[in-house]
Design a protein around this ligand. Structure first.
Ligand SMILES: C[S@@+](CC[C@H](N)C(=O)[O-])C[C@H]1O[C@@H](n2cnc3c(N)ncnc32)[C@H](O)[C@@H]1O
Length: 329
């Protein structure tokens, strides 16, 4: 690293700061750590960055160069303060379509502020998106077949966040489905932006995607008609407050078609703090008359690191639900 007492040129400092950039993981596997691991030893980096930010950089010619260096050093410092302190990023997620073919979904994630968890893509949405193609292969047993009856399947995503699951669903089903991505009002503009970032892919597959506000805590006016209800509801990582199970299940009740083919497909991380919410969700789904058709657990990796730079494992639970029939009782 160029040391400040040697009065290095702006080009040298900016080049060094570029080398220190930390790219977020893409959840793929623990091996992603290699993508982040700089050849630079991390000890002392924070001190180096702080020394740049606090230096007047008086030997440089222009304020513009000084500003560019301070901005870059601040960004590198933020990147080392955990995912929640990261500046805005865009990333590409590769989602399998068949065993050999995958498609890229591009997502913008604005910088996170206090209560906007939907501005970031969470690990269970990546796992669920990858699982969708295998659900599609066994579609006749796991997902509704209404698209065979002259109308596209109607799918709804609850708590879409950046939209990975809904967009993956749309790209996979193409013209056979219409997909509505929803979240709280502050999250929807970025969600819309992410749909537009994937226009080319969606056009190629013939998918129809829309976005809108849907707040689970509000159950407005009259019930939707049978035509307005959805054949499939998908949700990833939707439970992190005590009210969420009740709100989510009442929203599913309102919007899920009563057809025997209707399905709910969900995936959520089994984080200790939220296990009671998951149990509450299970019980409420059962009480409402839904049963688990298929479920499983799998391991993913958070996109921030442990203290020693290691990948952090997250166990996630996925489930596919349908209305109880006589033979389930
Ligand atoms: C942990 S994030 C998961 C986002 C996305 N599904 C993912 O996995 O990347 C939870 C999402 O639920 C949304 N959410 C929380 N409470 C909600 C509510 N009452 N109504 C609708 N969405 C809500 C948040 O805005 C956020 O987008």
């Amino acid at each position: 690293m160029p040391q400040l007492y040697t009065k290095p040129s702006a080009v040298d400092i900016l080049r060094a700061l570029e080398l220190l950039a930390v790219r977020p993981r893409t959840f793929n596997d623990a091996g992603d750590a290699a993508q982040n691991a700089q050849i630079v030893h991390q000890s002392g980096v924070a001190q180096y960055l702080t020394s740049i930010i606090s230096s007047a950089l008086a030997w440089l010619d222009s304020d513009e160069l000084r500003e560019a260096i301070w901005d870059a050093a601040s960004a590198r410092l933020c990147e080392r303060s955990g995912r929640t302190a990261m500046p805005a990023i865009s990333r590409v997620f590769k989602i399998p379509m068949t065993q050999d073919i995958e498609f890229p979904i591009t997502l913008h994630e604005p910088a996170l502020t206090s209560d906007n968890l939907g501005m970031k893509t969470w690990v269970s949405s990546y796992l669920l998106s990858k699982r969708l193609s295998s659900l599609l292969i066994s579609a006749s047993s796991l997902l509704p077949s209404t698209y065979k009856n002259n109308r596209p399947l109607r799918a709804l995503e609850l708590g879409s966040g950046t939209g990975l699951v809904g967009l993956s669903f749309a790209a996979l089903w193409g013209s056979a489905a219409t997909v509505h991505l929803t979240d709280l009002e502050p999250i929807v503009p970025n969600l819309e932006h992410n749909v537009s970032l994937n226009d080319e892919l969606l056009n190629k597959t013939g998918a129809t995607v829309s976005t809108g506000v849907l707040d689970w805590s509000i159950q407005p006016g009259p019930q939707p008609s049978a035509e307005e209800k959805y054949d499939v509801i998908v949700a990833a990582d939707p439970l992190y407050s005590p009210e969420h199970p009740k709100w989510l299940v009442q929203t599913i009740k309102r919007w899920l078609s009563h057809d025997g083919d209707a399905r709910v497909v969900a995936e959520m991380p089994l984080r200790d703090a939220y296990l009671p919410q998951i149990e509450d969700f299970r019980q409420r789904m059962h009480s409402m008359g839904l049963v688990v058709l298929k479920e499983g657990e799998e391991i993913g990796y958070d996109d921030w690191e442990g203290k020693d730079g290691e990948a952090l494992q997250v166990r996630c639970w996925w489930s596919v639900w349908a209305w109880k029939t006589g033979k389930d009782q």
